[in-house]
Design a protein around this ligand. Structure first.
Ligand SMILES: [Zn+2]
Ligand SMILES: [Zn+2]
Length: 276
């Protein structure tokens, strides 16, 4: 099994051999993020190389003082896997798993896009680690080891639904709404609120309507959408946009649209039949 198809090695980066101690991580791969939005998906790949070099300088500089960049790898928005410590090295990434698991950062922030190319890069990396190094291929998030926001709600939703554990090759789009939760704000929340309205539950949003703030009213709207398409939709079912919740909100919009179409064709039928 060759390296990932778009691989940038340490030697290509001009970095010397990593001096970290030997390890043979067999238990899986851990996903990380940056913590603040970087916007790399909207920039050229050279910005990723700059980001990676800056990350190494920061990790080896006075504030961290590590022997090397902390992570094993980075998977960028353009589908490249970039070497960090690389294979068979102890990391400074996830205390409790630095010798048992490999690490990969997506270099994204909380609302950054996770691109289909990036997902495929993680899948190629995972396949390489399993076939080349006998790694189990279990994909976890940093927060599975310690209390941290890392790797962000969007990436963690993909960890949980098994997206990264699929074989490479097929494209997976990440839905805008995935990973939103009570407390989220912004355009993606507004899009969710507009979908709640289109699904017929705009009243749940209250007077503020589609304001881009995911509070209890939006959560109730999500819960009602899920209930409408047959979910048990108990309390708390609207608090977070899991992959399943995303599917059910979309299904609710579709169901409402079909229902309206039926009503209008029925109405049309009764209006025209006396003359027909
Ligand atoms: Zn992390
Ligand atoms: Zn890139």
């Amino acid at each position: 099994m060759p390296r990932p198809s778009k691989y940038v090695s340490r030697s290509e980066l001009g970095w010397p051999v990593c001096q970290a101690s030997y390890a043979d991580p067999r238990s899986g791969l851990v996903i990380h993020y940056d913590g603040s939005d970087q916007g790399l998906a909207g920039k050229s790949h050279s910005a990723c190389l700059t980001y990676w070099r800056n990350t190494r300088a920061f990790h080896m500089g006075p504030s961290r003082g590590w022997t090397c960049i902390g992570y094993s790898f980075m998977s960028c928005a353009h589908g490249y896997v970039m070497e960090g410590r690389g294979l068979y090295k102890t990391q400074a990434a996830q205390p409790g798993g630095n010798t048992t698991h490999y690490s990969v950062t997506l270099a994204t922030g909380p609302t950054d896009l996770i691109t289909p190319e990036q997902i495929n890069a993680v899948r190629e990396l995972r396949q390489w680690l399993t076939e080349e190094c006998g790694n189990a291929g279990t994909v976890l998030g940093h927060r599975d080891f310690v209390s941290t926001s890392c790797p962000g709600d969007r990436a963690y939703a993909l960890v949980r639904n098994g997206t990264f554990e699929q074989p490479p090759g097929q494209t997976t789009e990440v839905h805008d709404m995935l990973g939103l939760h009570i407390g989220s704000r912004g355009e993606a929340v507004k899009l969710l609120q507009l979908r709640i309205r289109r699904a017929g539950f705009g009243d749940a949003l209250g007077e503020t309507g589609a304001d881009g703030v995911y509070g209890p009213a939006t959560a109730e709207g999500v819960r009602l959408c899920r209930d409408y398409v047959g979910s048990r939709a108990l309390e708390g079912y609207g608090d977070e946009m899991t992959a399943h919740a995303v599917d059910q909100v979309e299904a609710a919009v579709t169901k409402r649209t079909l229902q309206k179409a039926q009503i209008s064709s029925t109405a049309l039928g009764s209006n025209t039949s006396p003359e027909g």
